[in-house]
Design a protein around this ligand. Sequence first.
Ligand code: RET
Length: 248
Amino acid sequence: MKYLLILGSVIALPSFAASGGDLDASDYTGVSFWLVTAALLASTVFFFIERDRVSAKWKTSLTVSGLVTGIAFWHYLYMRGVWVETGETPTVFRYIDWLLTVPLLIVEFYLILAAATNVAGSLFKKLLLGSIVMLVAGYLGEAGVWPAMPAFLLGMAAWIYMIYELWMGEGKAACNTASPAVQSAYNAMMKIIIVGWAIYPLGYASGYLIGDGSSAMNLNLIYNLADFVNKILFGLIIWHVAVKESSA
Ligand SMILES: *C/C=C(C)/C=C/C=C(C)/C=C/C1=C(C)CCCC1(C)C
């Protein structure tokens, strides 16, 4: 109860600080910022409360899920403000958020694997390295430091490398002998990295590579949808496996 109160007051702070400006009903991107902000707050509270329901070895996974949605909630308060007030893409807030939450998601993958295999450590390093190259390349492209296309290609190469490691690497082989719950968590994680994460390069392409390169509306709408899938839905998949496995 105590940590909920602390959590509550910490998250209430920036809500007062962040100004809503005028949200126009026809601004779908602005509406999506608001929806995802609220959903991130709700999931953060949910993941922390649900820790009590799962067995000890799953508790850290739910904590990490809650941290991912909590950090993203914090940044969405600001991103939403930038969008509603200026109509501009909040690139810096977006990438600070990703730079924290993507490694945390990879920690989440590590926790799933570490329970069952002895290759988790080396896979963790490869995924972490791949994700940092991917994000730095994406940032350089979006911030205009590099031309959009080469930055995109480098980011894509890093992402494909991560998929290769998950699909063909030693983690997959090790997981084939693990418990059914761990196997389904591993498969969920692979689907998230392949299907869920694919939404991000689509957003980047729609914002910088296709058309006149000024579709900030689509770019942000697609990124917001992607964050909903990869932070909230992915957390719910882990929660589901954890609850099932804990009651077994
Ligand atoms: C919670 C935030 C997450 C899971 C962010 C993930 C971001 C990506 C998977 C970004 C991928 C990109 C490429 C694959 C190519 C270059 C452009 C990026 C950075 C958008």
